[in-house]
Design a protein around this ligand. Structure first.
Ligand code: AHR
Length: 532
C-alpha cells in the first residue's frame, strides 16, 4: 500500500481513484505538518472545537415490515405463546432493541404499506379479516398485528413511531381517518372507535410517510403523477391535539435524480421530509445478489466499493434539495438502507431472510459514518430491517434469538446519538484489489454533551491492519478507551449454534501522547474510540 496525497473537498464519484477521504465539511486538505508523503501511516486531524451540527439520534432508526418473519415470529408471537411476551410482543427482542436506545421504528412497509388497509388491523383479533400479502411470498396476512400492537411495541421500546400510509391502493379518506384514529383527543367517530378498541388516550405519531416507493411497488407512478397525489393526500394528514406530524414525501431509489427533482419542485411547500432508499450488494446484478456468507475477496471489495456510493448519492440528492429549499427546512430521511443478498438457501425467497457477517458490519459502519457526516440534512435513517429480514439486527428461530454483527455496530455507535459532529480530515491509504482501489479507512467523529469525543473508524481492508496517527486539535485529552468488532475470517457470522463468533471486544491498541494518538486498526474491523 502506498500513501498518496491529493487535494479535494469530498467524494465526487466513486469511480475516481480514491487516495484521500476528507470527512466532515469544509476542510480542504490535511495540514502539511500532519502529512508525510510516502509514509504507510494513515493521518487524521480531528477539530474537536469546531463542531456545529448535531447528529440526530434518528439516524440510528429502524424499519419493520409485514414481510417474511419480521413482524410475525420476529416481534409478534401472540399472547398465548410459550415465548415470553408482553401483550403478544416478544420480550427478548424488545430488550435487545432497548439496549440500542432505538430512537424510531418505521412500519408497516415498505411495499406492504401501499396495499395495507389499516381498518382491517383493529378490533377483536379473531374478527379481523385476512388478506393476501402479494408482495412478500403471497402468504396470508392475519392482521393480528395492527395499529394498536405496533404502537404498543413503540411504547415498549420507548421509541418514536413512523407510519407509512397507503397511496398506491388506498384513499385520501382512509389516510385521514388513520391519523385521526391514532392522534385525535376529542370527540369524533375515529377517536371514539379507538376508545372502543381499548385505547383511551391518543398516541403520539411523529412521522407519517405519504406512500412508499411510488415509482415502483407503490403504484408505478411517474414523478409528476405522484407529486399531484402527494399534494392531495398530505392535505388531510393533520396535526391533531398537539401531535405535530412530520409529513414525509416518497423520494428516490438511489440515483433517481429526476424523481427527487420533480417531487421537490412540486411539493416542497407541503413536506417536512423526503425519503431516499439505497440498498447495496456484492454484484451489479439484482438477479444474482450473491450469498451473504459464501463469498470471496472480489465480492467483499465490491460491497465496500458499493457502500461508499452513499457519499456521492447523499451529496447529489442534497444538492437537488438545496435548489428548492435553500434554508434547509426539509429533512432527508434515508428510510430504507442496507445490504441485500440472496435469501438463505432453504428459506422462502419472498421472505428475504439473510445471514449477516463482519462484511455487513463494516458496510453498516461506513453507512452510519456517511449519515453522520451529512447530518445537516440527513435527520433520519432506517436500516432494513429490524428482525429476520435483510440486514437485520436480530435473527430468531422459535424461542431462540441471536444478535448479528450489524447489531453490534449499532450498539457501539450509539455514542453518536444527538452528539455534535466534529470535522475530520483523513488521509487514508488505499485498499487495492486487482486493478481497482478505494480508501482503506472510513471515519466520523462527534462530541457528546459531557465533552467526550467519540471516533468511529472502519478498516475496509480484509487483510491488512491500518496504522493511524491522529491529531486532536483543540483538545487536552486525559484518557482514552476503545472497543473493536472484527473477526478472523471475512465470512464470520453468528449462528444459533455459535451466537458469539462476532461480538465487540475491548480495544487497547493505541497510545495517547499530548493531543496526538496512534492506533492500529485490525483488518476488517469497526473500532470506536472514546477520548476525554
Ligand atoms: O425492504 C424490502 C423492500 O425494499 C421494501 O418493501 C421496499 O420499500 C424496498 O423495495
Amino acid at each position: 500500500m502506498k500513501l498518496k496525497v491529493f487535494r479535494t473537498r469530498l467524494f465526487e464519484e466513486i469511480t475516481v481513484v480514491f487516495a484521500v477521504l476528507l470527512v466532515g465539511c469544509g476542510l480542504a486538505n490535511v495540514s502539511d505538518a500532519a502529512v508525510q508523503e510516502g509514509s504507510a501511516v494513515n493521518r487524521m486531524i480531528i477539530h474537536t472545537d469546531k463542531g456545529t451540527k448535531q447528529i440526530s439520534r434518528n439516524i440510528y432508526g429502524h424499519f419493520s415490515e409485514h414481510l417474511g418473519r419480521c413482524i410475525y415470529e420476529g416481534f409478534w408471537v401472540g399472547e398465548d405463546s410459550s415465548i415470553p411476551n408482553t401483550r403478544g410482543i416478544r420480550n427478548d427482542v424488545v430488550e435487545a432493541l432497548r439496549k440500542l436506545n432505538i430512537p424510531v421504528l418505521r412500519w408497516p412497509g415498505g411495499c406492504f404499506a401501499d396495499e395495507y388497509h389499516w381498518k382491517e388491523g383493529i378490533g377483536p383479533r379473531d374478527q379481523r379479516p385476512k388478506m393476501l400479502n402479494t408482495h412478500w411470498g403471497m402468504v396470508t396476512e392475519t392482521n393480528a398485528f395492527g395499529t394498536h400492537e405496533f404502537l404498543d411495541l413503540c411504547e415498549q421500546l420507548g421509541c418514536e413511531a413512523y407510519i407509512a400510509g397507503n397511496v398506491g391502493s388506498g384513499t385520501v379518506e382512509e389516510m385521514q381517518d388513520w391519523v385521526e384514529y391514532m392522534t385525535f383527543d376529542g370527540d369524533s367517530e375515529m377517536a371514539n372507535l379507538r376508545r372502543k378498541n381499548g385505547r383511551d388516550k391518543p398516541w403520539r405519531v411523529k412521522y407519517f410517510g405519504v406512500g412508499n416507493e411510488n415509482w415502483g411497488c407503490g403504484g408505478n407512478m411517474t414523478a409528476e403523477s405522484y407529486a399531484e397525489l402527494y399534494n392531495r393526500f398530505q392535505t388531510y394528514v393533520r396535526s391533531y391535539s398537539g401531535n405535530q406530524i412530520v409529513k414525509v414525501a416518497c423520494g428516490p431509489g438511489s440515483a433517481n435524480y429526476p424523481w427527487i427533482t420533480v417531487v421537490m419542485e412540486r411539493c416542497h411547500r407541503n413536506m417536512g421530509a423526503i425519503s431516499l432508499h439505497h440498498y447495496v450488494r456484492g454484484t451489479g446484478d439484482w438477479t444474482r445478489k450473491g450469498s451473504a456468507t459464501k463469498f470471496d475477496e472480489a465480492e467483499w471489495f465490491a460491497l465496500m466499493k458499493n457502500t461508499l456510493t452513499i457519499y456521492p448519492l447523499l451529496k447529489k440528492n442534497i444538492e437537488i434539495m438545496d435548489r428548492f429549499d435553500r434554508r434547509g427546512r426539509i429533512d432527508l430521511f434515508v428510510d430504507e438502507w442496507g445490504t441485500w443478498w440472496d435469501a438463505e438457501p432453504g428459506t422462502n425467497p419472498g421472505f428475504l431472510y439473510q445471514q449477516n457477517t463482519i462484511r455487513d458490519a463494516v458496510s453498516a459502519g461506513i453507512f452510519l459514518n456517511a449519515f453522520n457526516e451529512h447530518c445537516h440534512r440527513v435527520k433520519m435513517a432506517n436500516i432494513a430491517q429490524t428482525v429476520n429480514v435483510l440486514q437485520a439486527m436480530i435473527l430468531t428461530k422459535g424461542e431462540k434469538m441471536i444478535l448479528t454483527p450489524t447489531y453490534h455496530v449499532f450498539e457501539m455507535y450509539k455514542v453518536h446519538h444527538d452528539a455534535t459532529l466534529l470535522p475530520v480530515e483523513l488521509q487514508s491509504n488505499e485498499y487495492q484489489f486487482g486493478n481497482d482501489k478505494i480508501p482503506a479507512l472510513n471515519v466520523s467523529a462527534s462530541k457528546d454533551s459531557s465533552g467526550r469525543i467519540h471516533i468511529s473508524l472502519c478498516n475496509l481492508d480484509p487483510s491488512n491492519a491500518a496504522e493511524v496517527r491522529c491529531a486532536l486539535e483543540g483538545a487536552e485529552p486525559k484518557g482514552m478507551f476503545g472497543r473493536v468488532l472484527t473477526a478472523e475470517d471475512m465470512t464470520a457470522h453468528n449462528t444459533f449454534e455459535n451466537p458469539q463468533v462476532v461480538k465487540p471486544a475491548i480495544f487497547s491498541d493505541f497510545k495517547l501522547e499530548g493531543n496526538m494518538f496512534t492506533t492500529t486498526l485490525p483488518a476488517k474491523s469497526v473500532v470506536v474510540l472514546a477520548i476525554e
